[in-house]
Design a protein around this ligand. Structure first.
Ligand SMILES: [Zn+2]
Length: 497
């Protein structure tokens, strides 16, 4: 779960780029990276200001990976590439964000982010440089700026529809509205351009450009193993990785200068990854069946059995099999259940129904039925505001009014299940970590998995080591395995439910 329900240090994402809304002056200039004439509504100083503001939001909502050596490493690679760009004078900032998704993104003003998920899947600095070069390309070509100009309108619309959005099944996306402007799709042209610029910077920086194609392969493999609807961001915002791989491969082959040698040393890269967190961090919430556990926030919640659950950046929720009902938990940024409830019911079109409960499993709570007029008709539901550990949790269950009789009991039962998490086995969960192993001799991946057991499937092990499942790991090269992070066996209590 993301910023709202992640960790205490995180806070909700406000619309990060509101500053851009004030911008009205259009300028037309030749872009030094692309050589094209470009209309921009945003001046360079405004671009920097937007970047600074959005950077703070990224740090607050996604969070930075708390390892200074790796942060410095990422910054150093980025600076080395950006120095060869057409905008070397920007105050370039490169950050490693604490996100298990395999992703990278850039925002205006020279801010580039790579996720720990991405770094953990790659196998050399040259690969990482390839991704960072591509993102630098989006900044130098000012794709990020034009994207944000387009995003402003959308953002205003999202603010208005904040609590009750008609498309029930999309509540997770709604919850991410604040940051979604950062992940808008670039055009295919923009992607090609960023690939070309990335290749230019990587080559000028002395890196071997060939591993660029391996990055696309890894991204495709990750994408193939992800559950439906969970395509890694870098892919979902970047069309056709296969085509891009072929095209960039041809461009690399056509280079007239011999390839650089920088960044090819896998051992050097992998050593830096030893002990790095891998995959989702269960301390930030995880599901077992339909029960959600949040060790850091110390609560447990049973979503209706058989519903499709999802742990999103700013919300955790579940959708009925027919996608006509939702139960979703977010954090209300208010001091008490009473204030949060009053604010909820002060929204236009929201009517308060009868009081429903005064406490939930001993936790102070305010709960009411409600009805809400939306563009798609009337919704009915239950709204509970629960105080726990100094935070107020907002739990909503809702459905179109016509389906209410079918779901009211199910929702009431779910809302009633919010309770303190006290089981030590759950409170003490740890994330999985990468362990770098020096192989005494060549061995098949299967043998490696037997001799050095991992807590991820063989398929994942194959992807992070860039070999086929039936492939062989070379002698004298370090290999990645994944250790720890096992979740407790489900408690008898949760099974009984
Ligand atoms: Zn891109």
């Amino acid at each position: 779960m993301g910023p709202l329900l992640h960790r205490g240090r995180r806070r909700p994402v406000a619309a990060p780029l509101a500053v851009a809304a004030a911008v009205g002056v259009a300028a037309c200039a030749t872009n030094p990276a692309t050589g094209r004439r470009q209309i921009s509504l945003v001046s360079e100083s405004q671009e920097k200001q937007m970047g600074q503001q959005a950077d703070q939001e990224v740090a607050a909502s996604i969070g930075l990976y708390p390892e200074t050596n790796l942060q410095a490493y990422v910054q150093r690679i980025g600076e080395g590439l950006a120095a060869h760009s057409e905008r070397p004078g920007l105050a370039w900032t490169f950050r490693l964000v604490d996100d298990p998704a395999v992703n990278a993104f850039a925002i205006p003003g020279g801010y580039v982010y790579v996720t720990r998920g991405l770094v953990s899947y790659l196998t050399s600095e040259a690969e990482l440089a390839a991704v960072m070069g591509h993102e630098i390309g989006h900044v130098t070509a000012r794709h990020t700026v034009s994207m944000i100009s387009k995003a402003q309108l959308a953002n205003v619309g999202l603010m208005l529809g904040m609590i009750l959005r008609p498309e029930l099944q999309n509540y997770g996306n709604l919850a991410e509205a604040g940051l979604s402007v950062l992940f808008l799709k670039y055009s295919r042209d923009a992607e090609r351009q960023a690939d070309d610029l990335g290749l230019r910077y990587v080559t000028r920086g002395g890196y071997d450009p060939r591993p660029m194609t391996d990055v696309f392969t890894t991204l495709e493999r990750v994408s193939a193993t992800e559950k439906k609807g969970r395509v890694p961001g870098w892919l979902s915002t970047h069309p056709d990785p296969g085509d891009r791989r072929t095209r960039i491969g041809q461009e690399i082959a056509a280079l007239t200068t011999p390839p650089g040698t920088l960044g090819r040393d896998r051992a050097e890269y992998l050593r830096r990854l030893d002990g790095m967190e891998f995959g989702e961090d269960p301390r930030e919430g995880f599901f077992q069946q339909n029960v959600f556990y949040h060790p850091e926030m110390r609560f447990r919640f049973a979503f209706p059995p058989g519903w499709k659950t999802s742990n999103q950046k700013q919300a955790v929720g579940a959708t009925s099999p027919g996608e006509d009902a939702v139960v979703v938990i977010t954090l209300a940024q208010r001091d008490s259940p009473e204030i949060a409830s009053r604010e909820f019911f002060s929204q236009g079109g929201v009517q308060q129904g009868s009081a429903w409960r005064g406490d939930i499993n001993g936790l102070p709570a305010v709960a009411h039925g409600f009805a809400a007029q939306t563009q798609q008709g009337v919704l009915r539901g239950l709204a509970a505001f629960v105080s726990h550990q100094g935070k107020v949790f907002q739990i909503l269950g809702y459905t179109p009014s016509s389906r209410w009789a079918r779901y009211d009991n199910v929702m009431a039962e779910a809302l009633n299940s919010f309770e303190r998490l006290t089981d030590r086995r759950y409170l003490q969960v740890e994330p999985k970590k990468l362990d770098i192993v020096n192989l005494p001799r060549a061995m098949s991946l299967r043998e490696f998995a037997e001799r050095y057991p991992s807590t991820v499937p063989l398929e994942t092990l194959a992807i992070i080591n860039e070999v086929p499942v039936d492939g062989t790991l070379e002698a004298g090269q370090p290999a990645k395995r994944v250790v720890g992070g096992n979740l407790p066996d489900e408690s008898p209590r949760s099974l009984r439910r």
